[in-house]
Design a protein. Sequence first.
Length: 240
Amino acid sequence: MVVVQSVPRKNRHVPVAANDDDDDTPLLITDTLPLPATAAPTFPALSAAGAAASSSALKSELRRVPIPPHRMTPLKRDWVNLFGPLTELLGLQVRMNVARRCVEVRTSKHTSDIGAIQKGADFVKAYALGFDVNDAIALLRLDDLYLDSFEIKDVKTLHGDHLSRAIGRIAGQDGKTKFTIENATRTRIVLADTKIHILGSFQNIKLARDALVSLILGSPPGKVYAGLRTIGSRMRQRAL
């Protein structure tokens, strides 16, 4: 005789069948129906023209980049060289807001690149931090360039003459140390009081930052030069 027992609903199994001829262990038959195979969704590639057409009905995107007070005069002097690349290369609209002390960048119907507004904001920010226009324009032409900023107190807490000597070690006589680090690591460095800004690729920024940290911690410039010569020779070998 076959006895059919029901299993509680929460276990979500089918009824259990037990045979008197066998042992008392019940046989559990679980629901092992195969799940339907679902393919991953595929979306067509988004082109720049399609993105521009879809976003034309939306409100244009606006970015405001604040300008420090000491950079307003250089901004007015180099304004012709600044708005040219933004309008010609990226198709953005740009204006100088003197009342708010900022530069406003906005997309237009001529903007074809999705990331043009971000590139334009980074370009203006690099100039506001103190980089030259010819150095900052590389952010518009190359995709693997970044900005990195840190302060001397982030490395070591220094005060008074100790802080002044650390800044002097970074700059060197007539800027010799700073220029050597820039040429060896292929970066651009701006030393603004206790803040240091570095422009370059990710790997080159790391090399320049390590050299600057060594100078802040008290390493003599000669030891840093020796490390930079080794780094420079390795970079030249990789380029060959």
